[in-house]
Design a protein around this ligand. Structure first.
Ligand code: ADP
Length: 479
């Protein structure tokens, strides 16, 4: 009967068992009472009549206790599980029994443990993936070349990357957390830009500013943007700030503008002169001979100027493309120097300048590209003449030791300011000094000369003092 009722509920099974034992006790009690009253010995048989049902009841309660023992155990474990804080399934224990209830509990427990083991693995895996991803994003955030900072609604920094701190020239990036971003940015801005930063207001639209440290863009120009960000909770808005150093871009833009200006001027002016003088010569028949000669000279000079500018442009574009090469041969140094000097002497004479050369007693043999070296030296000497006032002094010195040769071009000219000095060899750079602007020039000659020096394994160094004069030194290795 018990086996047949495996699928019944525990309560029902217990009540059936009690009923069965109770009925059995009653049955034996009734049978005993009838039998004993029949034989007239009821009184003597009372102990047996009570004892037999008692034995049955004891037996029944023992069997029931054994069945309910596992029930209680399960109940205890579940109560403990429900009351525990972490609800850990690992504290549930299997039962050391083989009956249906214990076997079912053990199977259920095995399933739960198996599940929770997988869940644990999955959770740990997903935590590991999350940590990995968070680390990757943090690395990306930190390595961005643009500076990024996040501020709370009070404008205080809550998060920033390394670039932001570097652009603010504050390597102690951790100390910047909690600081007012406006205060920090004001340090990067001149008066004009400071006003723009203060005027950002609380506008929710993304704001982009270009701020600069001083009127001279080479000191630093930055593109600053601010975006307001309201979180999901709709609380007060955070702001996200980005900062990018656009100094080089700004300088390149300036150089391009300078180039367009120079190129237009350098092409237009000689062309306009050539056109005007040739038209005059073609149309007027009564121009005196000397005047005609002078007009032809002007046309010739302007054509030469045009050709020189086009050559410089070609050189520079070759340089840009990395296509400029040198052919090294043994150079007849004295001859090369004398050709360069003689080509420039007439201009120096015209400006009544003293024009000298001082060579070391014995010049070494030099392996170099003759034409390119001549062009570089010509440029240094013609600059010295050009930027030295009438009556000044220009000298070419040539010194050498066993490993290198030095060409020093000295002048007593207008000199170069300390600000301009580092920019001199940049393409299209021309000083803003009005004495420079008054002269014709493209800003390409020094860049070219420096490239020639570099291709020979040498360099150009400059010493100068404003209003005192300059010394340009072209240094080349001998072999
Ligand atoms: P440019 O055609 O303008 O002379 P360069 O490239 O030869 O171009 O020179 C660049 C700038 O360097 C000049 O515009 C000038 O400002 C400065 N410079 C060059 N040589 C001298 C010099 N001897 N004295 C003063 N300034 C000079």
């Amino acid at each position: 009967m018990f086996v047949a009722h495996h699928n019944r509920s525990l309560t029902r099974r217990l009540s059936e068992q009690y009923l069965l034992f109770g009925l059995s006790g009653l049955f034996f009690f009734t049978v005993s009472a009838v039998y004993l009253s029949w034989h007239g010995s009821l009184l003597q048989s009372i102990p047996a009549a009570v004892g037999i049902p008692l034995v049955f009841l004891l037996l029944g309660s023992f069997v029931l206790r054994r069945t309910s023992y596992w029930h209680e155990n399960i109940e205890r474990q579940l109560t403990h599980f429900a009351n525990s804080e972490d609800h850990s399934v690992t504290e549930l224990r299997p039962l050391p029994a083989t009956d249906a209830l214990a076997a079912g509990w053990n199977q259920l427990l095995a399933r739960i443990l198996e599940h929770s083991a997988w869940n644990g693995v999955e959770r740990r895996l997903s935590e590991a993936v999350d940590t990995q991803q968070a680390k990757r994003w943090e690395a990306v955030f930190q390595d961005l070349t643009d500076g990024i900072a996040v501020c709370n609604s009070d404008g205080r920094i809550t998060q920033l990357n390394r670039s932001f701190a570097t652009l603010l020239q504050r390597p102690d990036s951790k100390n910047l957390v909690g600081m007012d971003i406006t205060d920090l940015l004001l340090g990067l801005a001149d008066e004009n830009s400071q006003e723009q930063i203060r005027g950002l207001g609380n506008n929710h639209a993304t704001q982009v500013l270009e701020i600069q440290k001083s009127a001279d863009p080479s000191q630093g120009v930055y593109r600053l943007s601010r975006t307001m960000h309201t979180g999901d909770s709709g609380g007060p808005a955070d702001s996200i700030w980005t900062l990018r150093d656009v100094t080089q871009q700004k300088l390149a833009e300036k150089a391009r503008e300078q180039f367009v200006f120079t190129a237009t001027h350098e092409l237009r002016t000689p062309l306009a002169n050539i056109r005007a003088y040739s038209e005059t010569l073609a149309l007027a028949s009564d121009i005196p001979f000397e005047q005609q000669q002078s007009f032809y000279n002007i046309i010739n000079n302007e054509a030469t100027r045009l050709a020189r500018f086009v050559d410089e442009l070609l050189n520079i574009s070759q340089m840009e493309a990395g296509a400029i090469t040198i052919q090294k041969h043994e150079v007849q140094l004295e001859r090369l120097l004398s050709e360069v000097l003689e080509s420039q002497r007439p201009v120096a004479t015209e400006k009544k300048q003293s024009f000298d050369s001082v060579f070391a007693p014995k010049l070494p043999k030099l392996m170099a590209d003759k034409d390119k070296l001549a062009a570089a030296l010509t440029n240094l000497i013609s600059n010295a003449i050009k930027y030295t006032p009438v009556g000044g002094k220009v000298t070419l010195r040539v010194d050498a030791d066993t490993t290198r040769i030095l060409f020093l071009v000295e002048d007593s000219g207008i000199g170069i300011s300390a600000d301009d000095l580092p920019k001199l060899c940049g393409k299209f750079f021309r000083s803003g000094d009005e004495r420079v602007q008054a002269e014709v020039g493209s800003g390409l000659g020094l860049a070219f000369a420096q490239e020639v020096a570099r291709l020979h394994g040498g360099s150009i160094s400059i010493r100068s003092q404003l209003n005192q004069g300059s010394c340009f030194t072209l240094e080349l290795p001998i072999r």
